[in-house]
Design a protein around this ligand. Structure first.
Ligand SMILES: C[S@@+](CC[C@H](N)C(=O)[O-])C[C@H]1O[C@@H](n2cnc3c(N)ncnc32)[C@H](O)[C@@H]1O
Length: 186
């Protein structure tokens, strides 16, 4: 019997890793695209992130955003991600960069995480109107008035952004929910 050369195994493993990076998200019903470095810097500016604040990335992917924000702004970051492979990679990078005190990853659906302590939230999620609508309702229910949300690429319907720059939309949680928000269903 022929043994498989190590180089073939390595090539196949590399190809599988690349394929998972781009397509693995579809296993979890969600695609994956990273936020680029310029946008990460803009998000920090938009949210005026300073030491002592808390930052959430809902759908944190491989952790680029939470790691960069923790390193550059010295704030406490929480990433929520449902894909276990992405969570494993992010945890590995957090340890490698010695950011265990600053960054925490929660492996969960974003709809299963309580957002009442979230002061600054970033999302780069989906063009599904329903997901964005459900998320907006959850944030209105749980987050405190005045807390900030930045969405990259996808706008929230029926919620006017405070500021728009390129594909970044900055929102504030209002004092009172919007009139169309049916509290009976919340
Ligand atoms: C477009 S990527 C953004 C990644 C990261 N925020 C960044 O900016 O680099 C969206 C991520 O959200 C995750 N995601 C989508 N829906 C989710 C859900 N309901 N709960 C948890 N994670 C979710 C996907 O697995 C994917 O990693």
């Amino acid at each position: 019997m022929h043994s498989i050369p190590l180089i073939s195994i390595l090539i196949w493993a590399f190809a599988a890793a690349i394929a998972y990076y781009f397509l693995g998200g579809f296993l979890w019903g969600a695609g994956y695209a990273p936020t680029n470095r310029t946008e990460i810097e803009k998000v920090a500016r938009f949210l005026d992130l300073k030491e002592g604040k808390t930052f959430y990335d809902l759908g944190s992917g491989y952790g680029r955003m939470v790691i960069a924000i923790a390193q550059n702004c010295n704030v406490n970051c929480i990433g929520v991600e449902m894909d276990p492979v992405k969570c494993w990679w992010t945890t590995f990078m957090i340890k490698r960069k010695k950011l265990e005190d600053k960054v925490k990853i929660i492996q969960s659906n974003i709809f299963g995480v309580n957002l009442s302590e979230a002061e600054n939230v970033f999302v780069f999620l989906s063009n599904s109107t329903q997901i964005m609508k459900n998320l907006r309702e959850k944030m209105f229910r749980e987050m405190k008035p005045g807390a900030h949300v930045v969405s990259y690429v996808h706008r929230f319907e029926d919620w006017t952004p405070e500021k728009v720059e390129g594909s970044l939309y900055l929102y504030s949680i209002p004092e009172h929910p919007l009139p169309d928000l049916n509290r009976a269903t919340l």
